[in-house]
Design a binder for this molecule. Structure first.
Ligand code: ZN
Ligand code: ZN
Length: 271
């Protein structure tokens, strides 16, 4: 695991000058009911090293451990639906009972999600039967609003259109990638948070609904230039994936690894 450099000026972290090789490792691509495709989630990698796990649904942590052999250095949670957070209790146990890991895994969570995750994951009486453990103490819990610093890079966080407003969030690293989380189309946000070199991993089923994007939504609301940068996930079946490909879209496969451009240098106004 790459060691962080000692940062004398913590208020203004500066990315290393070497851009490195970046990729997005999509662990699972399934909608909530598409268990065979794995829970939707991904790992941002730099030079083959995991930097950030996005979401921790059923089976995600086990999949991650098979690939990387250790707990993730950081986790970003998009929203509180169980197909994205059901693995948090397992992550708690893995971190709490390993003295090297307790309090080390950064958990990046939008402030709006704190009460939701408190209810979903942390509020069960006694995190351990024998007592002595506070759920969040297993992690480095980092509530956030506009975004967060990750190893010297600024990640934007933006609200998406999924169920109750203000409860679902995407994440983007400028010039590199954006992960929409579960959402209806958000063209105005993707203009803001992506550019021509940014891969946009996007929620998409074959048929949309009030919470999720469908392929006709993409065709209607997104310009061609953006559609060409999409990588679709959170679909219902392999047959749906084939149908999406037949419509001209790139569709992620479980365990697929997708090359990314190195992020732009940090903007002075970020943070
Ligand atoms: Zn979902
Ligand atoms: Zn959802």
């Amino acid at each position: 695991m790459k060691k962080r450099r000692a940062d004398k000026d913590a208020a203004a972290p500066v990315p290393e000058t070497k851009p490195g090789t970046w990729s997005l490792h999509v662990l699972g691509t399934g909608a909530a009911g598409a268990v065979d495709l794995g829970s939707s989630g991904a790992v941002l990698e730099r030079d083959g090293e995991p930097l950030l796990l996005i979401d921790c649904g059923p089976g995600t942590l086990e999949h991650y451990l098979r690939c990387y052999g250790a707990l993730p250095p950081a986790v970003f949670i998009t929203h509180g639906h169980m197909d994205h957070v059901a693995g948090l209790e397992r992550l708690f146990h893995a971190a709490w009972f390993d003295p090297r890991e307790r309090g080390r895994v950064k958990l990046f969570v939008h402030a709006n999600l704190v009460p939701i995750l408190q209810a979903r994951a942390a509020d069960y009486p006694n995190a351990l039967a024998e007592g002595g453990a506070n759920f969040w103490e297993a992690f480095r819990f980092v509530p956030l609003s506009r975004g967060f610093w990750l190893e010297g890079w600024w990640c934007d966080v933006f609200g998406t259109r999924h169920h109750v407003p203000g409860t679902s969030f995407g994440v983007a690293l400028r010039g590199c990638f954006a992960w929409t989380g579960d959402t209806r189309p958000i063209p105005e946000l993707l203009v803001e948070h992506s550019d021509a070199r940014t891969l946009v991993a996007h929620d998409c089923a074959l048929v949309g609904n009030p919470s999720h994007t469908g392929v006709e939504d993409l065709e209607r609301e997104y310009p061609e230039e953006l559609r060409e940068r999409l990588l679709l996930y959170h679909y219902g079946s392999e047959a749906d994936a084939a149908a999406l490909r037949a419509r001209g879209f790139r569709v992620a496969v479980p365990d697929g690894r997708y090359p990314l451009q190195a992020p732009h240098p940090v903007r002075p106004e970020a943070g």
